[in-house]
Design a protein around this ligand. Sequence first.
Ligand SMILES: Nc1nc2c(c(=O)[nH]1)N[C@H]1C(S)=C(S)[C@@H](COP(=O)(O)O)O[C@H]1N2
Ligand SMILES: [Mo]
Length: 342
Amino acid sequence: MIIICVRSFSRSTNAIKTEIFMLIKRSSDILPSEITPEAVYLKRRELLKMAGIASAGLVASPSLLAAGPVPGDAGKRLEGIRKSPFSTDQEPNSWSDVTTYNNYYEFGTGKEDPSRNAKDFEPLPWTVKVSGECDKAGTYNYEDIINPHTLEERIYRLRCVEAWSMVVPWVGIPLADILKRFAPNSDAKYVRFQTLYDPKRMPGQRRRILDWPYEEGLTIAEAMHPLSLMAVGIYGYELPNQNGAPMRLVVPWKYGFKSIKAIAGIKFTKRKPRSSWEKAIPSEYGFYANVNPDVPHPRWSQARERPIGAGVFAGKKETLMFNGYGDQVASLYTGLDLRKNY
Ligand SMILES: Nc1nc2c(c(=O)[nH]1)N[C@H]1C(S)=C(S)[C@@H](COP(=O)(O)O)O[C@H]1N2
Ligand SMILES: [Mo]
């Protein structure tokens, strides 16, 4: 489906007229050049409301909308994506918010650096080294890890430790389904993830901003939790490079830095792994990094957040414990003092 918005200025009435056209086409018929910048720029939900079709039942849910217009820089369309009851019904951020406001220090520290500097990165072919406490250690191709699974759309809130937030329509596979195939043994108490280390292809790694490669870890229970996702796409398209192609973690109840991109290593460990950020700045966040409005960052409050794309007048909104996923995940932490274990 394409929504086209045409604006014209009427000399007689001195008014700007907005007309909305909707075309329903098969995705294979859509050329990137057919999609107007405006169609991409305007919020879909608003457009649909204006067009009066949201109530007509033509458009059932944001996840259907999430498969809507994207600009020409999208890669391959992913097939056979099923919906998930774990998706929020909040409106997703625009394609342009999700793909141009990024944190990915391997491609620079500015928000727009990753979208510029990762353009020519070729994620495939890709291998992942699986090691540690499991029966099926080895080096696996991307296709062998991903292809046996059905893809799911998961529209999740993302809360960055820097106090901004977004809503992202990810496409991926429950992390547990992938990890179980490597047959972790009873000593696998934690999982450590590693980003690719390749300074030739990741220019940010030529500077010692972090102790490369980027590493993150989860307890095995967190990793096996149904909300933990291995994402391979957004908006029904393969993951753009700046979002961590070809596969990245999404752990929606934790600060965004736990959602490690471009995963090339998975290790099951007995001992708690130390993440890159823990090593770099141990005084800030520790292993858990659960979203918690009651535990301030040493330099700022985490009580509120700035939704990206909401406009300058929208203001901040309250940050929720576990980023609003408490009903599902709080039981992972019973008996743990979250004011100390942050
Ligand atoms: N390898 C790697 N993964 C990373 C980062 C990074 O710099 N390098 N940044 C993290 C941070 S701080 C956030 S908020 C999210 C941002 O994901 P997005 O750019 O897809 O929104 O990615 C996380 N994953
Ligand atoms: Mo972040």
